[in-house]
Write a protein that binds this ligand. Structure first.
Ligand SMILES: *[C@@H]1O[C@H](CO)[C@@H](O)[C@H](O)[C@H]1NC(C)=O
Ligand SMILES: *[C@@H]1O[C@H](CO)[C@@H](O)[C@H](O)[C@H]1NC(C)=O
Ligand SMILES: [Cu+2]
Length: 329
């Protein structure tokens, strides 16, 4: 009886550990040609805090969900608590490309390939003392990567062990910032509240920016938590698998990209408009180091695939949208 109980516990622990390790976090952050290590999450290795890491440690690899409760949690600011300061702040030149490489908790590759990757920044006087308060509208979006014209999501590159490149706007004021990198996995988002967020903050010091202190005046600032709602078209996607794996108009959650030209503004509507729009071609992924994954993906992280042959009205709209973006308004 006793040993049976122990066995059940061991199995439970194995199952929980397996699930935890299935997801992932940033292991390499690159800025101005310098690669910095990211820490393990605390539930994988509480001692892991490389002294030169500008990436703040998250508590767990478990996702934040798109439920009303999770979206209102302070965990949405910089990932699951505690998200205290990182030991270092990375220097980065405005207009250059930073990159994020992820690994899964079992040292394998990122296990998801359905969903966008979105990046925000928050300006502060000192990056290591910087902790935006809940409800503070100080985050502006600098990048969003959805799917390409073949319907391949940006996260597919991560699953191929490639990095996601993000251009730091050239016209932001010099100084310290948090960069909030957000991976949104949608494999279960046909159900309300089942989009998953993997969020973390990286401390950077921007130099060489062409904009003065007023250059952020036109930015659409949002709060985390606060910017997203459970029913946002980009988070609750009932028709996700109705497109035969082809590109479809995806409405990114959150505000327009800072400094976006009108064409890009069409690709990223304000959350209130909820209009399906064109796939983001404005922010093409910059991928590096292409190595095919060799680590098996754990079952709990396997994307759910469905398909049916239903002709897609949105698909046709997408084609029209390409020819004439104004038709999507
Ligand atoms: C934040 O995340 C931690 C770790 O997953 C969790 O224990 C906690 O309940 C979350 N907080 C809220 C308010 O959801
Ligand atoms: C993935 O990329 C990382 C960083 O370049 C490398 O250390 C690791 O060995 C790669 N993993 C696989 C499975 O290719
Ligand atoms: Cu996962």
């Amino acid at each position: 009886m006793k040993s049976a109980t122990l066995n059940q516990y061991s199995l439970l622990i194995l199952a929980v550990t397996g699930m935890t390790r299935a997801h992932g976090t940033i292991d390499i952050f690159t800025a101005d040609g310098v690669s910095y290590p990211g820490p393990e999450s605390m539930d994988v290795d509480p001692e892991s805090l490389p002294s030169d890491s500008p990436v703040r440690q998250i508590y767990t690899l478990e996702p934040i969900l798109s439920t009303v409760m999770d979206l209102a949690s302070p965990n949405m600011t910089c990932g699951p608590a505690p998200a205290s300061s990182a030991p270092a702040t990375a220097s980065v030149t405005a207009g250059s490309t930073i990159s994020f490489h992820y690994r899964s908790g079992n040292n394998g590759v990122w296990p998801h390939d359905v969903g966008p990757v979105i990046t925000y920044m928050y300006r502060c006087t000192s990056a290591d003392a910087c902790m935006p308060s809940a409800g503070e509208e100080g985050w502006f979006k600098i990048d969003q990567q959805g799917m390409d014209e073949k319907g391949v999501w940006a996260q597919t590159a991560m699953m191929h062990n490639e990095s996601i490149g993000v251009v730091i706007p050239s016209n932001i004021p010099d100084g310290d910032y948090l960069v909030r990198h957000e991976v949104v996995t949608l494999q279960n988002a046909v159900n309300r509240g089942q989009a998953e967020f993997y969020v973390s903050c990286t401390q950077v010091h921007v130099k060489g920016g062409s904009g003065g202190s007023g250059s952020l005046a036109g930015a659409e600032m949002v709060a985390f938590p606060g910017a997203y709602a459970e029913d946002d078209a980009g988070l609750y996607v009932p028709d996700l698998y109705d497109h035969d794996g082809k590109a479809f108009p995806y409405a990114f959650p959150g505000p327009a990209i800072f400094g976006a030209t009108p064409a890009i503004a069409v690709a990223s509507p304000s959350p209130s408009s909820r209009v399906p729009t064109t796939v983001s071609t404005a922010t093409t992924a910059t991928h590096t180091a292409s190595v095919p994954p060799s680590t098996p993906v754990l079952a709990s992280c396997t994307p759910r695939k469905q398909s049916n042959g239903r002709a897609s009205v949105q698909q046709q709209r997408l084609v029209q949208g390409r020819l004439n973006p104004a038709s999507l308004r």
